[in-house]
Write a protein that binds this ligand. Sequence first.
Ligand code: URA
Length: 235
Amino acid sequence: MPSRHAEYLDAIGIQRWLLRDGGSAVEPSLDEPSVQSDVVTKKAPVADSEGEWWSLSDEVSACRRCQLHQSRTQTVFGTGNQNADWLFIGEAPGADEDRQGEPFVGRAGQLLTQMILALGYAREQVYIANILKCRPPNNRDPLPDEVRSCEAYLKRQIALIRPKIIVAVGRVAAQNLLKTDTKIGALRGQPYHYGEQQIPLVVTYHPAYLLRSPREKAKAWQDLLLAKQVLQQTQ
Ligand code: URA
């Protein structure tokens, strides 16, 4: 009988590609994940972090630092556990996210949510944010001045969450967080460190790309397992 883990992987089409590509290399000796109710280790709260969090959230809602405020329906601050060990950072809200005010809720988001589940976490146990808080028109790439305008918000969020691992989801997130033009294929496969706090960071493909190129799902799964290994080494 297939394990729950295998079923999760199968549901997102990863199991098939693992088998086809000779899966043993990508199945490390990690514990069989199952969604746990209390996976996130409690961190001592930063003094008044709750108040800072809500004032940051209010600031973002009212933001007019770049032109994107003119075309957005609403800002998309982020979602999940403010005390999470895992922080997933994508590119920017798309049409669904702009409408609902929550990151990664469209088709690509559903795949990301399933991958998080396959890792052993519910979506609510991790934190999910984006490089940009507002949707670029027609889903174009974020412009450098938009990224610059929004950067301080994400940095403050990271400082408050204090994640133990950051997953840069897709090229735009990876290149902006790591301040590089290197292609994503060359960036993935090794851990980096982000910011003054030197938070471990792993790069993976964007789920929208995985929907177009399902063969790459096995590599994305390897990336998430690398992130899990890096996290385990810090504990
Ligand atoms: N793509 C992203 O990078 N972020 C979202 O929130 C949705 C789609």
